[in-house]
Design a protein around this ligand. Structure first.
Ligand SMILES: [Zn+2]
Length: 647
């Protein structure tokens, strides 16, 4: 009978899953989540849902994955619910137009969507709902068409801070614990429910419109605050103005966390981002948080205020966030930057086309490149077609009409048609329904920028004197970089008298360094760029063995980015350079091996594993850490570990 019962439940659940929003409207959720000792990765809690029945029905369900204990009370009375490890089914004669209260008490040890991370001797807890399902830690509705006002209340040891959706109302003290009470005023899909627990300091700015912008950072990283959050307020003010609809939530928080699965995630009013973007001012040159910052912020409207009904309309979130982030960056960095990025989106899509990977924007299986880049370019072309005024008014009407609800592509297109008076069926066919990518249209359009037009034309056709003429002229850095990387043999002494970016291109292009350029190339070790220094150190070490000690001595105290790109390279070179600080070698080896430990950021560990494997020095400890790394939640990292284990 078990098999039949199970089959029945599965069929039953799937049948009602498609329709539940037709007969139940979940209104509010008051959830109390308790973190005992953060060491055992266990949580428990109680959530109280209020919902209205829209049609008479004999059962409702919630998603709840792998809970070890679940109990339910319907209108304050215990009720036996069916729980199959995935769904919680409550049978009852629910009557139309009535409001019910359902309390769920649960315990679990979440396998995903809520992560416990070691950061040195401390703990961090953070969530990732999109793609992982919040129902792994909070009984909820996975269907993003169900929007609920979630008020979270989090209990945790009093040495930790909590950041979650909404406004912090108060903190209640218990013996050794605090209860953090948050209030939301508007509904959201469950994949946007989020919290982060850790040790943080914060600074708060206020937007032009009066929204508090809370920016979190690690207490030991106060010097990284400014470069990390540079332009935050400017971008916030810009997007509110550009979109024409006020920011929809009570406040906006940004919290960095260790070993995050992605660059950032736009949970409602709380963006969680990878602490790899907590950067110093040198890192800012090559790798900064500006784009991720703007992208996640734009999602607060496109994704959170209006949410796709299904994956078919995913570009309404990612294409829009990419496009609006680019507009915010244009406001900061100017037109060159803007057209340059558009040009790169085209290149990325052309690469995808070459690999046979192009799909329609409305294909739910499309790649990130299609959803993000083709989506942004579609909006760029659409705006060119209908003009700024109609575009902006359509965006405003679209957001206002569907606020706190779900949307499909046609909801947007029909607003643009209304505002512009234009028939967009041709645009829809070409840009949304077709697999093809209209690269020529975009290239033609971005040639209106003189900078891009010049860039596309510049070509020395393998002629050294033409190369010299160009490099001596007033062409853009991007054009110089193009010539340098295409003609590394032509690089001259005077080409080193250029900007950081051009010098970086020289560093990259010259893996074989002519002896007459040796002293110029050595000056790259002084550049304020961790990429340039890393490449220059390796190339110099490789090209001029007689000066290895000198190069190592000069770069001994550098760490590089948060992933310690320079330090891990330096340790590796120090270990394999004959006669170099023989007495310190075991210490250097230990340092490099210790970087493979799980308490380090996965990016540091990745570098350490790769270098240790490269020089055949991954000892027992390193091997053990590598096996542990193969189970890491960041898939790129676990894949690298698995690949290295195979070798
Ligand atoms: Zn996004």
């Amino acid at each position: 009978m078990k098999l039949i019962t199970n089959l029945f439940i599965i069929f039953y659940c799937c049948l009602i899953q498609a329709q539940q929003t037709d007969f139940v409207d979940f209104k509010t959720a008051k959830a109390s989540v308790e973190f005992g000792s953060l060491d055992d990765n266990r949580i428990g809690g109680k959530v109280s849902y209020q919902y209205e029945i829209l049609k008479d029905v004999d059962s409702i369900f919630l998603d709840a994955k792998d809970f070890s204990m679940v109990e339910c009370l319907l209108n304050n009375e215990f009720i036996a619910a069916k729980y199959d490890g995935n769904h919680l089914v409550i049978k009852h004669n629910f009557k139309k137009n009535e409001i019910y209260t359902l309390d769920i008490i649960w315990k679990t040890n979440p396998k995903k969507a809520l992560y416990f991370v070691n950061k040195g001797d401390e703990k961090q807890v953070w969530t990732q709902g999109q793609g992982k399902y919040t129902s792994n830690w909070l009984p909820s509705i996975d269907d993003m068409n169900e929007k609920i006002e979630f008020d979270l209340s989090i209990v945790v040891k009093n040495t930790y801070q909590v950041v979650a959706n909404g406004k912090l109302i108060d903190i209640e003290n218990y013996e050794g614990f605090n209860r953090w009470n948050f209030d939301m005023q508007q509904p959201m899909s469950s994949y946007l429910v989020a919290l982060a627990i850790g040790k943080y300091d914060k600074k708060v700015e206020t937007s032009k419109s009066g929204i508090p912008l809370e920016m979190y950072y690690y207490p030991e990283d106060s010097l990284k605050f400014e470069p990390t959050y540079r332009y935050t307020k400017q971008m916030f003010d810009f997007l509110e103005e550009e979109i024409g609809v006020p920011y929809p939530w009570q406040n906006y928080k940004q919290v960095p966390v260790k070993d995050f699965l992605y660059a950032g995630m736009e949970n409602t009013s709380i963006t969680i981002f990878s602490d790899t973007y907590l950067i110093d001012s040198i890192s800012f040159i090559d790798k900064n948080y500006v784009n991720v910052n703007a992208h996640e912020l734009a999602h607060q409207w496109f994704g959170n205020l209006v949410t796709e009904t299904s994956g078919t309309h995913h570009w309404l979130q990612e294409g829009f966030a990419t496009y609006y982030a680019l507009l915010a960056e244009k406001d900061i960095f100017g037109d060159h930057f803007y057209y340059w990025q558009l040009y790169h989106y085209v290149q990325e899509l052309l690469e995808q086309e070459k690999a046979g990977g192009n799909t329609a924007l409305l294909d739910p299986k499309s790649s990130g490149t299609t959803f993000y880049k083709k989506g942004a370019l579609a909006l760029y072309i659409l705006r060119e077609k209908v003009g700024d005024k109609a575009f902006k008014s359509a965006i405003k009407n679209y957001l206002k009409k569907h606020e706190f609800k779900n949307v499909e592509t046609n909801d947007f297109i029909s607003e643009v048609e209304k505002a512009s008076g234009k028939d967009l069926s041709e645009f829809v066919k070409l840009w949304l329904e077709s697999d093809a990518f209209e690269s020529d249209l975009v290239i033609e359009s971005i040639k209106q920028s003189k900078f891009m037009n010049d860039y596309l034309k510049v070509d020395c056709q393998g002629d050294k004197s033409k190369y010299a003429d160009y490099l001596n002229s007033k062409i853009s850095d991007e054009a110089k970089i193009k010539l340098i990387s295409e003609n590394p043999n032509f690089i001259r002494k005077e080409d080193f008298n250029n900007s950081l970016k051009v010098r970086q291109a020289i560093a990259k292009s010259l893996s074989k360094i002519p002896s007459e350029l040796n002293s110029d190339y050595e000056t790259l070790l002084d550049d304020k760029s961790y990429i340039t220094i890393e490449i220059a150190l390796y190339n110099l070490w490789n090209n001029f063995p007689e000066s290895r000690h000198e190069y190592l001595a000069k770069t001994k105290h550098l760490q590089g980015f948060n992933d310690k790109n320079i330090r891990t390279l330096w340790l590796t070179l120090a270990l394999i350079t004959e006669d170099f600080e023989q007495e310190n070698k075991s210490e250097y080896f230990e340092e490099l091996t210790n970087y493979t430990n799980p308490s380090n950021h996965f990016e540091i560990r990745q570098n350490a594993f790769q270098y240790l494997k490269l020089i055949n020095a991954c000892n027992e400890k390193c091997q053990e850490n590598l096996e542990q790394a193969a189970k890491h939640p960041v898939w790129q990292f676990s894949k690298m570990a698995k690949d290295l284990l195979k070798k």
